[in-house]
Design a binder for this molecule. Structure first.
Ligand code: PPS
Length: 296
């Protein structure tokens, strides 16, 4: 039985100017020394950009559409999350990764410049998913409300200001999506967009299978589309985080599988807030060449 008092809301600290939860910063040397293996697959995302969705897709591809095999454990145990450090007796992602046989698929939310160097040294394949800033911010706000390990979000207005200035866990959304975008031509990185996955999941799943070097029949690919559709994952206890106690994630405050939509931001942003975010991000996005769709 887990002790509820072990779970405390994080406070923010910084590494190289990037805000991170205090537990991550306190364990920074361990994280930086992480030893990637050449056959590791890394899933990298800004928080709430579609991590769990791509994790389930990758697991289904790796298990050739066998949903029973993907139900072997909750998603947070199938994919070690190396930047999450939990109080004992809970097992942190790094320790879980250390005992996991290869091939491993690892989760991170780290900014490019903070990725442990062994991933580059081992030339690991990396799948990155980016999501438009507005839907990403809304999802992150509700996640802070329901996840008792995240910092206090404050009001939506306060949270949005912090999101725009990068004063949230894992730092600036803008630096994150741009940093990984700039690196994608120098390293084996498949850069995907949440909006593309919503628009045509079959097309995007085929890209992932090709990147992983897995050939699948149309019938298996369609099974993967079904299994990883929002409603299927929302009802799948091995994918929807419902197996965690509610003193960690309280789904009655806001479910982990909340809306799963492109454009839900319109129900949260005022016109002024939308313009503020556009103004803050436009110039760097323009010079990066990155474009995002905020509706389909
Ligand atoms: S985390 O905590 O960073 O790992 O969260 P993450 O999985 O990145 O993001 C959760 C959001 O992704 C939505 N989601 C999906 N959308 C569409 N289809 C599928 N299958 C899917 N699975 C998860 C989830 O609902 C969260 O977004 P919001 O907008 O809050 O609904």
């Amino acid at each position: 039985m887990m002790d509820p008092s072990l779970i405390k809301r994080a406070t923010l600290m910084e590494i190289e100017g990037v805000s991170l939860n205090d537990d991550t910063v306190e364990n920074w040397d361990t994280l930086w020394a992480f030893k990637a293996r050449p056959d590791d697959i890394l899933i990298s995302t800004y928080p709430k950009a579609g991590t769990t969705w791509i994790q389930e897709i990758v697991d289904m591809i790796q298990h050739r559409g066998d949903s029973q095999k993907c139900a072997r454990a909750p998603v947070y145990q199938r994919f070690p999350f190396i930047d999450l450090f939990l109080p004992a007796p809970l097992v942190s992602g790094i320790d879980e990764a250390g005992t996991m046989p290869s091939p491993r698929t690892i989760k991170t939310h780290l900014q490019l410049k903070l990725l442990p160097p062994s991933f580059w040294e081992q030339n690991c394949k990396i799948i990155y998913v980016a999501r438009n800033a507005k839907d990403n911010a809304v999802s992150y706000f509700h996640f802070h409300r329901m996840n008792k390990g995240m910092p206090e979000p404050g009001t939506w207005e306060e949270f949005l200001d912090n999101f725009i200035t990068g004063k949230v866990a894992w730092g600036s959304w803008l630096d994150h999506v741009c940093g990984w975008w700039e690196a994608k031509d120098r390293h084996p990185i498949l850069y995907l967009f949440y909006e593309d996955m919503k628009e045509d999941p079959l097309r995007e799943i085929k890209k992932v299978a090709k990147f992983l070097g897995t050939q699948l029949t149309d019938s298996l690919l369609n099974q993967i589309v079904q299994h990883t559709a929002f409603e299927s994952m929302k009802g799948n206890p091995m994918a929807n985080y419902s197996t965690l106690p509610d003193f960690i994630m309280n789904h009655t405050v806001s479910p982990f599988m909340r809306k799963g939509l492109v454009g839900n931001w319109k129900e949260h942003f005022t016109v002024a807030q939308s313009e503020r975010l556009d103004d803050a991000f436009a110039e760097k996005l323009r010079s990066s060449g990155l474009t995002f769709r905020t509706q389909l």
